[in-house]
Design a protein around this ligand. Structure first.
Ligand code: ATP
Ligand code: NCN
Length: 199
């Protein structure tokens, strides 16, 4: 069993879950932005064993972890296979498992705007919002669908304005914040289609 990354009570840690099939510069860009914009001490990438909403399985986990470690080089960022270690796949299971393993650590869930648009389809999505702050990063073509999404509408009272985004990492849930940033139009789908990734 690989080691769990270290963390101290009170630390603010962003969790970027993803297939990373393959990882790309867009992931790196939103991670760097999240550290600064959401007032985080660290970001952990959670390379999923498989997105529960995607029917086709991704490339093997070890291959995606190795590629992610090659792409994401930053002293405050850790690339992990924690969901495989914990035996969880759904985010609503992963977050309580991490909180039980790391008492007192302040986790923030991170995702691109495309995932906010679909967030209401995730298993127990309201439990996720009740458990941790959620930081949303702009993605080309997704800003309007994210803002109009069911989750954004139902939880509009819990939205932190972008000018206060640095408070998100220390905020009590429910709280979410949408930030704009210089956007990257990279996607794993496009890289796979262009033949840049052979599992
Ligand atoms: N270019 C990007 N801009 C903003 N967010 C992004 C970008 N690429 C990925 N993300 C976000 O990073 C997280 C992990 O993304 P994922 O590994 O699914 O990559 P992807 O490029 O979206 O893959 P795919 O094309 O297979 O759906 C998700 O929350 C996703 O919204
Ligand atoms: O828990 C769910 O129902 C759920 C549904 C869709 C996506 N997720 C998680 O969202 C993250 C982003 O997924 P992906 O495939 O878009 O990179 C990843 O950690 C998935 O496990 C989680």
């Amino acid at each position: 069993m690989p080691d769990f990354p270290p963390a101290r009570a009170g630390q603010r840690i962003g969790l970027l879950g993803g297939s990373f099939d393959p990882p790309h510069a867009g992931h790196v860009q939103i991670t760097r932005a999240a550290l600064v914009r959401f007032g985080l001490d660290r970001v952990w990438w959670l390379v999923t064993p498989g997105n529960p909403l995607k029917p086709a399985g991704p490339a093997p986990l070890e291959r995606r972890l190795a590629a992610a470690r090659a792409v994401m080089r930053h002293p405050a960022v850790t690339v992990s296979g924690l969901e495989a270690q914990l035996g969880t796949r759904y985010t609503a299971e992963t977050i309580p498992a991490l909180r039980a393993h790391y008492p007192g650590v302040r986790f923030t869930w991170l995702m691109g705007a495309d995932n906010l648009a679909q967030f209401h389809l995730w298993q127990d999505w309201e439990a996720i919002l009740a458990a941790v702050p959620v930081g949303v990063l702009a993605r080309p073509g997704e800003r309007i669908s994210a803002r109009m999404s069911r989750a954004a509408r139902i939880y509009r009272h819990a939205r932190l304005p972008a000018r206060a985004s640095r408070l998100l990492g220390g905020a009590d849930a429910p709280a979410w914040c949408f930030v704009n940033l210089p956007m990257s139009d990279l996607s794993s789908t496009a890289l796979r289609a262009a033949g840049h990734w052979t599992p």
